[in-house]
Design a protein around this ligand. Sequence first.
Ligand code: ADP
Ligand code: MG
Ligand code: MG
Length: 197
Amino acid sequence: MDAAFLRRWLGRVSEAVGREAGRLTELDSAIGDADHGHNLRRGFDAVAAGLENEPPATPGAVLAFAGRTLISTVGGAAGPLYGTLLRRAGKALGEEREVPDERLGEALRTGVDAVGQLGGAKAGDKTMLDALLPAVAALPDYAAAAQAAREGAEATVALRARKGRASYLGERSEGHMDPGAASSALLFAALAEVAAG
Ligand code: ADP
Ligand code: MG
Ligand code: MG
């Protein structure tokens, strides 16, 4: 796994978020403030553009750049959370040019732990973590991680939100998929696509 692999991943994420922005914003209109798709599109467009203009040479630098860009371009809660995930994962990868898949898995687990620390959410709180935690647990099997993220996102439908904007709705948050869990499933679907070649 090298910097080009992660640049392809983030490029795919940008395409997927662009395609699915309407659906993500619709999910956020049910239990939030109807901006999740737009927030992420702005952020990942900036990531993809930056990676094309000045492609970082190491996997760690690619993720660190993406994380910083999300933090600085996305206004909503998800920007700093995804930004922290990628920045921490990038830091964990260090300066090597070629990294085994196992190390990427460990780095992404470190990043997801940082999301939990920053936002104070746990599994079952109906947030992006309900997709992210099972996904990174399945790495380095990329296909299994994508499936775990998708199933985790689907399982948020039944949950009551305990963190973020949706928690203000109490029991009325039940019966809707969490938008951040839905976007996390897109991230891991894109990773599996790139890994499959
Ligand atoms: P905002 O709620 O500020 O408008 P977004 O709509 O972009 O931000 O993102 C909302 C998503 O962020 C939620 O669906 C949820 O997955 C995630 N989220 C919000 N708060 C937290 C938190 N404390 N921990 C983890 N994820 C969170
Ligand atoms: Mg929102
Ligand atoms: Mg908002």
